[in-house]
Design a protein around this ligand. Structure first.
Ligand SMILES: Nc1nc2c(ncn2[C@@H]2O[C@H](COP(=O)(O)OP(=O)(O)O)[C@@H](O)[C@H]2O)c(=O)[nH]1
Ligand SMILES: [Mg+2]
Length: 286
């Protein structure tokens, strides 16, 4: 059987996590329209009868600003060692420019095959897609270039086959029914964070983290941590309306992960400067 690891690289917001979910055939990585949604390395595992393709979804490359982003960047650097190929994701909807070239410089220097996915081609005109493909092709000496849509799944099976073909003969790295390496607690924390990100704006999303306290048969209890009192007020909302909405949206998906119904208890807490606190980051697995 063919098995191995493929790192997923690309600018923030080009659709890396959505693509990993599409290739893995289910939700493993959370998605939002806010940059830097992905904070930690996540394996999205695409299992087939004759293959196990492990996609390594990563936070975007960035200049470290605090302890959190410094850790994120170290994770990114380390993750590019020991992969069989790189899936370099671009957005067909956006200008392909300096940000993409910055990443291209790093991925084409790794010495492994680079497969380019030109994502978000849904609803774009053929001529526009063709000219974006030409621009993409100039980024470096790529192995293959696939126009795809992670949302409509257009081109996804062909992209998956292309990546599997690059894997060596090997053994299973994970049980063949597993789609991610995240623990249940971490999956729950990510789902709550995703809903909170989707419902907030400006600086609030980056100040949110989720700490799962208890996963019981009937009750799941988690803390939503923010950095200031005013962020807390936003997340709680008028008479608790915001945190209730976050809970409602997250509960449904948490039940899919757990396989049974639960009562989700969320509490918003202020934890000043958690992003700068190494002990907190360590405990949260970031
Ligand atoms: N139209 C369209 N939007 C997409 C596609 N893939 C991702 N997106 C959207 O792009 C945004 C960023 O996606 P995400 O996967 O979080 O990007 P990442 O930061 O690269 O991981 C989200 O709003 C997605 O819904 C696609 O194929 N087509
Ligand atoms: Mg992401």
């Amino acid at each position: 059987m063919k098995s191995g690891f493929v790192a997923v690289a690309g600018r923030p917001n080009v659709g890396k996590s959505t693509l990993v979910n599409a290739l893995a055939g289910g939700k493993v990585a959370i998605v939002s329209d806010k940059p830097h949604t992905t904070r930690r390395r996540i394996f999205g595992i695409a299992n087939g009868e004759d293959h196990q393709l492990v996609l390594v979804d990563l936070p975007g490359f960035q200049r470290p600003m605090d302890a959190l982003t410094a850790r994120m960047q170290r994770t990114v650097d380390a993750s590019f060692e020991d992969v069989q190929a790189v899936l370099f994701v671009l957005s067909a909807r956006d200008h392909i420019g300096a940000g993409d070239r910055f990443i291209a410089k790093r991925v084409f220097a790794l010495g492994v095959p680079v497969v380019i996915a030109l994502n978000k081609v849904d609803r774009l005109k053929g001529g526009h897609i063709a000219s974006q493909m030409q621009t993409a092709a100039r980024l470096g000496d790529f192995h293959a270039l696939h126009p795809v849509s992670a949302v409509t799944k257009e081109g996804i099976p062909a992209l998956g086959d292309e990546l599997v073909a690059l894997l060596p003969e090997g053994q299973l790295y994970f049980p063949s029914d597993q789609r991610t390496d995240l623990t249940v607690e971490d999956q729950i924390a990510e789902l709550v964070r995703e809903k909170a990100l989707q419902l907030t704006r400006e600086e609030v999303p980056h100040s949110i983290t989720v700490d799962v306290d208890e996963v019981g048969e009937k009750v799941v209890r988690a803390f939503v941590l923010v950095e200031t009192e005013s962020q807390k007020q936003i997340l709680v909302g008028k008479k608790g309306s915001m945190i209730r909405e976050i809970g409602m949206r997250a509960r449904h998906e948490i039940e899919l992960v757990l396989g049974h119904k639960v009562f989700l208890e969320l509490q918003v807490k202020v934890k000043p400067k958690w992003r700068r606190d190494d002990a907190t980051l360590e405990r949260l697995g970031l």
